[in-house]
Design a binder for this molecule. Structure first.
Ligand SMILES: Cc1cc2nc3c(=O)[nH]c(=O)nc-3n(C[C@H](O)[C@H](O)[C@H](O)COP(=O)(O)OP(=O)(O)OC[C@H]3O[C@@H](n4cnc5c(N)ncnc54)[C@H](O)[C@@H]3O)c2cc1C
Length: 380
């Protein structure tokens, strides 16, 4: 079997490694002319790390990441901690893997090294032609690739999704985020500062060399999302005027600040046609408020490889893959939307009630972090 994967992001590369690990030939085609080594932090939970461990990449990822010892929720104005829970060893014992902060470029490099074939660069997919005995991916430079399966791992603005699901549009959340890295900071865990209409999440990456922050603000425009859109530390700090000095000085000390408009999509009705399927953000783009974008793409990759390896009937394998993945990713998409409003409540009874509910977090988030995609594929 020959699989052509469109998109060399976290999802596409993990799928290529997982497929090859099961003896299936997989090539990756990426629109950019060099691998995308930009971005800031991503968090990896036990559910994603279980897959990376299974692919033999756990040590390499741990080597470039930060193992986060705790989760903390702090008040926007006073900076006071109103809820804290251990992660670290506690989390690993509970959910079977670590909770890591990792620079996206570092994760990407580990995956690229593992996928020794190297993606074919400068290939922007513009269409897919499907027949009974094969499928062809078409690229903007006029080239074509024939395969048994095409996987659209081409992100939020997926070209392959249009073939599978028709033309639906990304949904703007009305918010954007400032993001950046700050060297040397006393923030050592997964730290939330929650306040009215805004919130900030920070955690260390690269073994603590940097703290990654993402600071969410309302945005009346409809900007295009782009990890290379620039802002300034001053603009980011000004957007959090009146917040605790821990927040404003963190933002003000960033070397570079990017600005990213936040989009997701409504859940897609179907993921697959006979020989074409979707993976990661192409299938289920989600707002970042559950920290699951990369983890879900990694789970998808493991599920797809297991389903394709189980037999020769491609359509049945893709159907099984979709069946295993659809409900879970829908639920996380919806939860990610809901979390934003909950993180940005003004001080008052509703915020007090949320703060009380945070004590149940280990139980309420268990279905996400304790999940074993391997068991889900082989299960009923
Ligand atoms: C450059 C970049 C930086 C990011 N940085 C962060 C970050 O700092 N923090 C965070 O939480 N999330 C970040 N994300 C998002 C996060 O990586 C994804 O949500 C998650 O990992 C899911 O990955 P994915 O592989 O499904 O999609 P993506 O990571 O979006 O990867 C999709 C890949 O497909 C390629 N592609 C798109 N269209 C085509 C086409 N038509 N033909 C060929 N190739 C195509 C893209 O160039 C990209 O390499 C970033 C995404 C990108 C693309």
């Amino acid at each position: 079997m020959r699989v052509a994967i469109v998109g060399a992001g976290v999802g596409g590369l993990t799928a290529a490694v997982a497929l090859r690990g099961r003896g299936i030939h997989a090539d990756v085609y990426e629109q950019q002319s060099r691998p995308a080594e930009i971005g800031a932090g991503v968090s990896l939970g036990a559910n994603g790390m279980r897959v990376l461990d299974g692919l033999g990449l756990g040590a390499a990822v741990r080597g470039v990441a930060s193992n986060l010892p705790r989760i903390q929720f702090r008040h926007w104005r006073t900076g006071g901690v109103f809820h804290e829970h251990p992660l670290g060893d506690w989390y690993e014992r509970r959910f079977g893997g670590p909770f890591l902060g990792v620079h996206r470029a570092d994760l990407h490099r580990v995956l690229l090294d593992a996928y020794e074939g190297k993606p074919v660069l400068g290939r922007r997919c513009v269409g897919v032609q499907e027949g009974a005995d094969g499928v062809t991916a078409e690229f903007a430079d006029g080239s074509r690739v024939r395969a048994d399966v095409v996987v659209g791992a081409d992100g939020l603005r997926s070209a392959v999704r249009a073939h599978v699901a028709g033309a639906d549009a990304p949904v703007f959340s009305g918010t954007s985020c400032f993001r950046g890295l700050v060297p040397g900071s006393d923030i050592d865990g997964l730290t939330f500062f929650l306040g009215p209409g805004r919130h900030l999440v920070a955690y260390p990456v690269r073994g603590g060399d940097f703290v990654n922050f993402v600071a969410y603000v309302p945005d009346p425009g409809r900007p295009r999302e782009s990890w290379s859109a620039r802002s300034t530390p001053g603009e980011a700090a000004a957007a959090f005027d009146g917040w605790t000095a821990t927040v404003t000085s963190l933002l003000g000390r960033a070397g570079e600040v990017g600005r990213w408009a936040l989009y997701d999509r409504e859940p897609v009705r179907r993921w697959s046609t006979g020989r074409v399927t979707l993976l990661g953000d192409a299938a289920h783009p989600m707002l970042p408020h559950a920290g699951q974008g990369s983890n879900q793409a990694i789970e998808d990759a493991a599920a797809l490889a297991a389903c394709l390896a189980a037999g020769d009937d491609v359509a049945a394998a893709l159907h099984r893959y979709e069946q295993v993945r659809k409900a879970r990713t829908r639920q996380i998409q919806a939860g990610s939307r809901g979390n934003a409003a909950c993180f940005q409540l003004p001080d008052g009874p509703a915020a007090d009630e949320r703060n009380a509910r945070l004590r149940d977090l280990p139980e309420t988030a268990g279905w996400i972090h304790g999940y074993d995609i391997g068991a889900a594929v082989t299960g009923p």
